[in-house]
Design a protein around this ligand. Structure first.
Ligand SMILES: Cc1cc2nc3c(=O)[nH]c(=O)nc-3n(C[C@H](O)[C@H](O)[C@H](O)COP(=O)(O)OP(=O)(O)OC[C@H]3O[C@@H](n4cnc5c(N)ncnc54)[C@H](O)[C@@H]3O)c2cc1C
Length: 471
C-alpha cells in the first residue's frame, strides 16, 4: 500500500509515525511519503534559540500531561526522558480586568474573596445550580451558554479570556459542543456544572473507598510539559525517525481520484500516485486541493475560518521589570479595545528560556476579535505591545531583545455548527475510499487532540487496507 501524507506539522508527522508503528506490529508492508511545502517540518511548532540565549516558541509552548496521547508518543519516540515540566508556581494564572491583574481563584474560598467578580456576579454564578438544563440538542455559542448558566460577568472576565487564550476566538461565534465538549456533556448528563461537580466529587469519594477511579468535572487538565530545547524537539525527533520518508520543500498543488488510486501534482513538477492520501494540512489548503473534483467538500472546508495572531517575544534584564512574574501570565478580560489577548511569563513557566538574570515575556495580539492586527508591521506590533505591557504590568523599559512572529492564519475557529459540518465532511470524504483528513481544523486544536486524531487516522487507514485485502 502506498500512502502519501500531505503536511508535516505534528498531525502529519504523528500520523506517519503511528501508522508505521501499527503496520510493523501487524506485519504489514507499506510505502510511506510525507510531503511538506515549507523548508522545515513542524508546522506551527517552531522553537528559536536566539544568539542572546532566549528560547522563543513560534506557536505552542507545551502540552498538558493530563491526557496520555502526546506523552505516549514521546515514549514511543524514546524522548520521554527529555521532557520538562512547567514550574509549580506556573499554576497561578491572572486576568487583567478593571485596570489591574487579578489571580484566577483556584478554590471556593479564593472565589469568595476575589475582586475579579462583583458580589452580584458571584451570586449569579452560584445560582447556576438551580438553572435547568437546556432542552434540545442543537449547538450554541460559548457566549450564549455562559450568559445562560453563569451570567455576563463570568463570560467577560473568566470564559472570554480563556477562549482568547486557547482559540484566539470570539465566544459569540464559537461552538460550545466542539470547543468544550466536556462542559456540554456535563450539562446533558448532570443538568448543570455545579451539580456535576458535586455528583462527581461524591462518586470520587465513594470510588476512592472501593479503589476505583472517577473523572473529575474539569476533566483531565495536567501540567504543561515541553522540552528543554522547546517543543520543536518533538517534531525534529519525528523527522529523524521517519528519515527520508519525509520530503520538505515539496508543496502539493493538485490532487485527483484516479480509479482506486489518487494522483498528486507537486509544485516542483513531479507527479505521484498513491493508494491512500491523508490530508494533514489546514482546512483552506485541503479545500484548494479537493476543489477540482468535489466543490461541495471544498465549500464545507471553506466554512472553517482562521484567526490570525502576532506573537511578540520581549526579553528584559530582570531588574528592569518590577513585577514579581510569579505565575503563568495573564489574559485580558473581554470585550477590550486593547489588541493584546494576554502575556505569558515564559521564563517563569520553564527553566532556561532566558539568559541568566533576564526574563522573557511572550504576548499574543490579534485573534478573531482584532483581525486588523494581522496587517500590522513589526514596528507597530512592538509599539502596541509596549503600550499594552505598560498598561497591564507597568513596564516602561524598552525591551533588550525583541522577536516577532506573524501567523496570518493561526488557529482554526470551531464556529457554532462545527460538529454538523464535520459529519457532512466525513460523509463527503467517504465517497473517495483511501482519502483521509486529520489536523487541528477538525477534532481539537491542542497537541493532545492532534496526536489522538493522528492515532485514529492511522488505525482507520490500516482497517481500510485490511478490508480491501479481504474483498
Ligand atoms: C501561537 C499559537 C500558540 C499555541 N499554543 C498551544 C499550546 O500551548 N498548546 C497546545 O496544545 N496547542 C497550542 N497551539 C495549537 C497547536 O500548535 C496547533 O493546533 C498544532 O500545532 C497544529 O498542528 P497541525 O499539524 O494540525 O497543523 P500545522 O502545524 O498547521 O501543520 C500543517 C502543515 O501543512 C503544511 N502544508 C500546508 N499546505 C500544504 C501543501 N499544499 N503541501 C504540503 N504541505 C502543506 C504546512 O506548511 C504545515 O507545515 C497553538 C497555536 C498557535 C498558533
Amino acid at each position: 500500500m502506498q500512502v502519501v501524507i500531505i503536511g508535516a506539522g505534528i498531525s502529519g508527522l504523528a500520523t506517519a509515525f503511528l501508522l508505521q508503528q501499527q503496520a510493523r506490529a501487524n506485519g504489514r508492508q507499506l510505502s510511506l511519503t510525507v510531503l511538506e511545502e515549507e523548508a522545515q517540518v513542524g508546522g506551527k511548532i517552531r522553537s528559536l534559540r536566539s544568539d542572546d540565549g532566549y528560547l522563543c516558541e513560534w506557536g505552542p509552548n507545551g502540552f498538558l500531561d493530563g491526557k496520555p496521547a502526546t506523552l505516549d508518543l514521546c515514549q514511543q519516540l524514546a524522548v520521554a526522558e527529555d521532557l520538562v515540566r512547567s514550574n509549580d508556581n506556573a499554576r497561578r494564572r491572572f486576568i487583567y480586568a478593571l485596570d489591574r491583574l487579578h489571580q484566577v481563584p483556584e478554590n471556593a474560598a479564593a472565589f469568595l474573596r476575589t475582586s475579579l467578580l462583583s458580589p452580584s456576579a458571584k451570586l449569579r454564578m452560584a445560582a447556576e445550580i438551580v438553572i435547568p438544563p437546556r432542552s434540545g440538542g442543537s449547538d450554541e455559542s460559548l457566549a450564549d451558554f455562559c450568559r445562560r448558566r453563569l451570567g455576563r460577568q463570568a463570560l467577560e472576565r473568566l470564559v472570554g479570556p480563556m477562549v482568547s487564550g486557547i482559540f484566539a476566538g470570539d465566544p459569540e461565534t464559537m461552538s460550545l459542543q466542539s470547543c468544550f465538549p466536556r462542559i456540554h456533556q456535563l450539562e446533558v448528563e448532570y443538568g448543570g456544572l455545579f451539580r456535576a461537580m458535586l455528583r462527581l466529587a461524591r462518586q470520587r469519594r465513594a470510588a476512592r473507598r472501593s479503589g476505583q477511579a472517577v473523572a473529575s468535572a474539569s476533566g483531565p487538565a495536567g501540567v504543561l510539559t515541553s522540552f528543554a530545547g522547546g517543543l520543536q524537539q518533538l517534531t525534529d525527533r519525528l523527522q529523524e525517525v521517519l528519515a527520508d520518508q519525509v520530503q520538505v520543500s515539496a508543496a502539493v498543488t493538485g490532487l485527483e481520484p484516479a480509479g482506486a488510486k489518487f494522483n498528486l501534482q507537486l509544485a516542483d513538477g513531479r507527479q505521484l500516485t498513491a493508494d491512500v492520501v491523508v490530508s494533514a494540512v489546514p482546512a483552506y489548503s485541503f479545500a484548494s486541493l479537493v476543489k477540482g473534483f468535489d466543490q461541495q467538500m471544498a465549500a464545507l472546508l471553506e466554512q472553517i475560518p482562521y484567526a490570525s495572531l502576532q506573537v511578540a517575544c520581549f526579553g528584559y534584564r530582570r531588574q528592569r521589570v518590577a513585577h514579581n512574574l510569579n505565575g503563568f501570565g495573564y489574559l485580558v478580560a473581554r470585550p477590550h479595545a486593547m489588541p493584546l489577548l494576554g502575556t505569558l511569563w515564559d521564563s517563569s513557566i520553564f527553566a532556561r528560556r532566558a539568559p541568566q538574570d533576564c526574563v522573557l515575556l511572550r504576548s499574543l495580539l490579534g485573534g478573531a476579535t482584532h483581525p486588523e492586527v494581522a496587517g500590522w508591521d513589526r514596528d507597530r506590533v512592538v509599539a502596541e505591545t509596549r503600550a499594552a505591557l505598560r498598561q497591564t504590568m507597568g513596564i516602561d523599559a524598552e525591551p533588550d531583545f525583541v522577536q516577532i512572529f506573524r501567523h496570518r492564519q493561526a488557529i482554526p475557529q470551531y464556529l457554532v455548527g462545527h460538529g454538523r459540518r464535520l459529519q457532512d465532511l466525513l460523509q463527503r470524504t467517504a465517497r473517495y475510499p483511501g482519502l483521509f483528513f486529520t489536523g487541528n481544523a477538525f477534532f481539537g486544536i491542542g497537541l493532545n487532540d492532534c496526536v489522538s486524531a493522528a492515532q485514529r487516522t492511522a488505525s482507520a487507514i490500516l482497517a481500510t487496507d485490511r478490508s480491501r485485502q479481504t474483498e
